[in-house]
Design a binder for this molecule. Structure first.
Ligand code: ARG
Length: 462
């Protein structure tokens, strides 16, 4: 070895300027790929020995060296040096230092371009499993909490105005549905990305007899990519991954917003356990939902990662470009943020109680039974559009006289609509309305229990 540490310094005839070393490095953030980089290298070395491109003895030395390096990194004993640029060069340099000549053969038929794309795919497969486990955890928390509120009625909202009555469980279960789609979406992302690009080299493949199927099989990929130019520049899976994370964050932000509103004195629908609230440095009475506010705000940073990556990819020329190095910054940031938010959301959902007495006391307000009354009129043979108008007039009557629909006399009903009979009172009031939901997927008690059953079975298998 000459004094110059990297082989390409021979071509350039000098060492890089210190500012260039600082600017170009990615080792400060791609070091977290080390396990995947080593797994990829071991598979590559095995294939090289199968293809007689290296000897069995050289292969054994390489594996031994790589495993020792893995141990050193795991134990925090490895010295990272930013002049090595990235984790790939750092590991290769350490290997050469450790085992000498055989280490210099590891990069045969390989480029960092197919290497880093392989590492990212391997990392993401595992990361998706972690995210899915956290999603499942949160779903279970929602189902558990829903189980406590299958009979308790609250208002649903559209336009943040009171809409129709629902059981609290149905509201909680609506989040389980959103999270389920996130789970499936991430699973789809994992399936689509599970293709081996190793052996694509820098951009055009190799003149050496690289057995791509061997490395793909060893690394658990289900297929190999068809086109080397596409393979080294494809980051679709990264964009898709961040998008999936962004939707998880979107769903969590909806929960956060709901519960910030619900925990206000004006609503007073929920009480978050004090250990998950903060107070004010000045106003002594405060119990603030800061965890939820931060879940809401972090959604913005995940969207930022998505836009950053898409912008990075936009109009890149074909083949590998160094811009692609920074994909990791955005992918890692999105994953880390969403993992944190999922954990916190799970803790909050498990540590929040609904103030059912307070909620119940307010059910008379907002004419939650108006739609049920219109449907009652339909059952008496009136066309829905007409029924809608009649109930609208009745509500206006009530509003003028500061009454609820339940408080109207049968005479007052008949004045607006002769078809109304005594049985109307069985349809009025929020809890009567909830009891009458019959449609599959309605927000009533019966349907919520069916859903809880469904989720309990499904989630228990995960
Ligand atoms: N650190 C680089 C990255 O993450 C590795 C690939 C570098 N390739 C190159 N041709 N300079 O993208």
């Amino acid at each position: 070895m000459t004094k110059k540490s990297k082989s390409w310094e021979k071509r350039l005839g000098c060492e890089p300027d210190e500012s260039a070393v600082d600017f170009v490095e990615s080792i400060s953030y791609d070091r977290r790929l080390y396990k995947y980089d080593i797994a990829g290298s071991i598979a590559h070395a095995k294939m090289l020995s199968e293809q007689k491109l290296i000897s069995k003895a050289e292969y054994n030395k390489i594996v031994e060296g790589l495993l020792a390096i893995e141990q050193e990194i795991t134990n925090g004993r490895f010295k990272f040096d930013k002049s090595q640029e990235d984790i790939h060069m750092a590991i290769e340099a350490a290997l050469i230092k450790k085992i000498g000549q055989a280490g210099k053969k590891l990069h045969t038929g390989r480029s960092r371009n197919d290497q880093v794309a392989t590492d990212m795919r391997l990392w993401m497969r595992d990361e998706i499993e972690i995210l899915q486990a956290k999603i499942t955890h949160l779903q279970k928390a929602f189902v558990g909490t829903a189980g406590k509120y299958t009979e308790d009625v609250m208002s649903s909202y559209t336009h943040l105005q009171r809409a129709q009555p629902i059981v609290i469980a149905a509201y909680l279960l609506s989040f389980v549905e959103q999270l389920e789609r996130d789970f499936v979406r991430l699973g789809n992302c994992s399936k689509l990305l599970n293709v081996s690009v190793l052996g694509s080299g820098a951009v055009a493949g190799s003149t050496l007899p690289i057995d791509r199927k061997s490395t793909a099989g060893q690394l658990g990929f289900t297929d190999i990519s068809r086109n080397s130019i596409d393979a080294v520049s494809d980051r679709d899976f990264c964009a898709e991954f961040i998008f999936d994370c962004a939707l998880v964050a979107t769903h969590l932000s909806k929960l956060a917003e709901d519960w910030i509103i619900f925990s206000s004195t004006e609503f007073d629908f929920i009480r978050i356990k004090s250990s998950f609230c903060t107070s004010s440095s000045m106003m002594p009475q405060k119990r603030n939902p800061d965890m939820l506010e931060l879940i809401r705000s972090k959604t913005g940073s995940v969207y930022g990662s998505l836009v950053a990556l898409l912008t990075l990819l936009k109009a890149l020329p074909s083949g590998y470009n160094r811009d692609l190095q920074e994909d990791k910054i955005h992918v890692f940031s999105a994953a880390d943020t969403v993992k944190q938010s999922l954990d916190m959301a799970c803790a909050i959902v498990s540590n929040t109680k609904f103030n059912i007495d307070k909620i119940k006391a307010g059910l008379d307000k907002g004419f939650l039974d108006a739609t049920a009354l219109a449907e009652y009129l339909v059952s008496k043979g009136i066309a829905f559009r007409q029924a809608h108008g009649i109930v609208g007039e009745l509500v206006a009557d009530c509003e003028k006289n500061n009454k609820t629909l339940t408080q109207l006399s049968i005479k007052q009903f008949k004045k607006r609509c002769p078809a109304v009979e005594q049985d109307v009172y069985e349809h009025l009031g929020a809890s009567n309305a909830v009891k009458r939901y019959v449609t599959v997927g309605s927000a009533g008690s019966k349907q919520a229990k069916i859903q809880i059953n469904y989720w309990q079975k499904l989630l228990a298998e995960r």
